[in-house]
Write a protein that binds this ligand. Sequence first.
Ligand code: NAP
Length: 286
Amino acid sequence: MKIALLGANGQLGHDLQAALRRHDVVPLTRNEADVTDFGRARRVLTDVSPNVILNTTAYHRVDDCEDQPERAFQVNALAVLNLVRIANDLDAVLLHISTDYVFDGNNREPYTETSPPAPLSVYATSKLSGELLVRAAARKYFLVRTCGLYGVAGSHGKGGNFVETMIAKAKRHELIRVVNDQMVTPTYTADLAHQIARILPTTSYGLYHMTNEGCCTWFEFARAIFELSGIKADLSATTSELYKTPAIRPRYSVLENSRLKQLGLNEMRHWREALAAYLKEKSFGG
Ligand SMILES: NC(=O)c1ccc[n+]([C@@H]2O[C@H](COP(=O)([O-])OP(=O)(O)OC[C@H]3O[C@@H](n4cnc5c(N)ncnc54)[C@H](OP(=O)(O)O)[C@@H]3O)[C@@H](O)[C@H]2O)c1
């Protein structure tokens, strides 16, 4: 398969290149194909002529999106519609990545692919718009919702991932306060990339939830980072009420990998096991 990989410099993009090494992957960074330059993106992708367009790009500084809705919708929705059109014209499969934030967090049990979305922020609304455009217009697509990504390359768009941020703060001996009332499933991009590589050769198109297994609050995740790495930290729990952010986050955005399980394809391990593997890879304890 020939795969055009957009967002190749990102943490998921980095791990996808390794997971898909058996295929002919053409990595495309923002320099080569800025997805908001619709004409150029079309020319580059038409030249590559891939069987699959794999889009990991996003504007996902969640708080900044509140002040920059145009930019959020440009990258997370309108550029996605452009990719849908290109994929259809090239008869290519589009694989697009979305987010747990499309849900409002009022559930107390994991969201499945059939749960109705109800976004709370500009970022979440722009990502849901991208989803809807894919579902409405793409002829062959995989739409993958995931949660709390961290990977060895670090998040380009966010200026580092949560694990890196926690470790950097601990090394600077900062007091670390982390919310203990937002329940998520942190997901290792190497595991997500491996899971994507499993479904990509199939024709079981459609919407998928793909996260590591289990769930925790961000505070519990931070505590596990320090336990498993052996790094000492002055860590304590706080609440969303005390730690106010411009964008509202869901209190509970745990996703169930229902579709993968139905197909017998779920290979995601528990988040704690994945975290230990990441820390080992980064040479922090393990
Ligand atoms: N991170 C999370 O916690 C999380 C959670 C749920 C879902 N997701 C979704 O997962 C996907 C991958 O996230 P990630 O953590 O791997 O992100 P990332 O590390 O920030 O990578 C995103 C990549 O997209 C590129 N990009 C951004 N705008 C672009 C544009 N206009 N044209 C071309 N490339 C552009 C960035 O390029 P530069 O390197 O030039 O900036 C970056 O390399 C995104 O769709 C995100 O919405 C992420």
